[in-house]
Design a protein around this ligand. Structure first.
Ligand code: AMP
Ligand code: MG
Length: 428
């Protein structure tokens, strides 16, 4: 009996399908790297505060450390009993009523002081300072442990480390970090017309640009691209290369997934006993997008990769995406569907796809039925930013995508969006 046809899903259904599978995917091995090399990597260990942050009540201004109660009547004069710089050899002595310390930004507050008066509201003569402005306790100081108590979790496993995270790790003394090994993502481009970038193309040949856009997107997504040779539209060689690609943690293929007579990718995958979760999504560009997995126990061969631990459940199956060959479709479908799976295999905690809203510059008319992701430019300045479509010749138009800096997202129920409406956009 023939297997039921895998479905063509709405954008949301297709995205949810990938997210569900991603949620059950586990990352591979871990490694320890020097702090700076951990930037952009995914943290594999929890990082806690090794002491209170700040470790002492910290002045946030240059001025005078005082007891707010001393400033009940104004102006008032206090006796300056010393100066506290940031990083004194010892903690400063306590302050008594009627006294003040001259204090610098970042310096520890003395005991008995509960606020810092900014230098602008004072005038000092000899060892006496006159204060002209009232203050409430806590002003211009950060209390000890206000940012984090010793032992508080600061960064969890699964965090993709940005500059603030690296700084935070540095602030708690982590010179090295445990991170996940990057998943290996095989890229298999297909098509008899496709030639290497270095080759002189014949009159009807097309250079292999998808290999490069995907490699960049994989790197940006936290993976390590594994570039396979171009597969011809011929089942034997295609199958060989797909099997090679299944040695990686994830396999991305482009081209050969439309309904063309030579679109063989699905056929070869079916021969490998692949499970298909969807074979299309109601989107533009990128309608012929395929998501599935090959179970190694079903296809009867060992599918194993570097970072994945030998006994992990992932060892029993490998996910793949058949992305459409049209270059802009390839880029869009990677962002929408391949990225969440890649991020899960990279150890990243899941996060929802968010669209930012911008004001539409010129009206859009389109046919309803598909969720569209159309190359667009976000321009303007400050709160006046506006978005508009980039003129394009369809999903083969790499130059139009290159001129764009975002996508306008059009829901499937809209056929007209007037200028001035706030509409969803997807950056990248
Ligand atoms: P396909 O999905 O194989 O029918 O291909 C759709 C369109 O994308 C065709 O015009 C192909 O020439 C083009 N295409 C397919 N693969 C690539 C590639 N690797 N680089 C650039 N263009 C491609
Ligand atoms: Mg093709």
């Amino acid at each position: 009996m023939p297997a039921p046809q895998p479905p063509i899903l709405t954008f949301e259904e297709a995205r949810r399908t990938v997210e569900d599978h991603a949620a059950h995917s586990t990352p591979g091995a871990e490694e320890t790297v020097p702090l700076l090399q951990a930037a952009g990597r995914v943290l594999a260990e929890p990082i806690a505060a090794d002491r209170d942050i700040p470790p002492f009540p910290r002045s946030t201004r240059d001025g005078y450390a005082v007891s707010a109660a001393d400033l009940a009547t104004l102006p008032t004069k206090l006796k300056v009993i010393g100066e506290i710089k940031a990083g004194p050899a010892q903690l400063p002595p306590a302050l008594n009523r009627g006294q003040a310390f001259s204090i610098m930004t970042g310096a520890p507050l003395p005991q008995g002081a509960d606020a810092v008066v900014m230098v602008e509201y004072t005038s000092q003569q000899d060892d006496s300072v006159e204060i002209k402005k009232a203050i409430t306790p806590g002003e211009n100081i950060v209390a000890q442990a206000a940012e984090a108590k010793r032992g508080t979790l600061l960064l969890d496993r699964g965090t993709r480390l940005n500059e603030a995270d690296i700084a935070l790790a540095a602030s708690v003394g982590k010179a090295k970090l445990q991170v996940f090994v990057r998943p290996r993502v095989a890229v298999l481009t297909t098509g008899d017309e496709i030639v290497e970038v270095q080759a002189e193309p014949g009159p009807t040949q097309i250079r292999n640009s998808n290999l490069y856009s995907l490699a960049v997107q994989i790197l940006q997504g936290g993976g390590e691209p594994v570039l396979l040779p171009i597969a011809p539209d011929e089942p034997r060689r295609l199958r060989q290369l797909i099997e090679e690609g299944l040695q990686s943690d994830l396999l991305l293929m482009t081209g050969g997934v439309s309904m063309g007579r030579y679109d063989l990718v699905e056929q070869v995958l079916a021969d490998l006993q692949a499970e298909f979760f969807f074979t299309g999504a109601k989107i533009q560009p990128g309608k012929p997008i395929v998501f599935g997995r090959v179970n190694s126990w079903r296809s009867g061969r060992l599918v194993r990769s570097g970072p994945t631990a030998p006994d992990s459940p992932q060892d029993q199956h490998k996910y793949f995406f058949g992305l459409p060959g049209n270059p802009v479709s390839t880029m869009v479908t990677f962002e929408l569907f391949a990225r969440p799976m890649l991020e899960a295999l990279a150890g990243m905690s899941p996060h929802p796809l968010v669209f930012l809203h911008a004001r539409l510059k010129s009206e859009i008319r389109t046919k309803p039925g598909l969720t569209r992701f159309l190359p667009a430019t976000l321009s303007g300045k400050y709160e006046d930013s506006q978005v508009e479509l980039v003129p394009w010749q369809g999903s083969g138009d790499i130059a139009a995508r290159s001129r764009s800096n975002c996508y306008i997202v059009i829901p499937p129920d809209r056929d007209h969006i007037p200028a001035g409406e706030w509409i969803p956009t997807m950056l990248r």
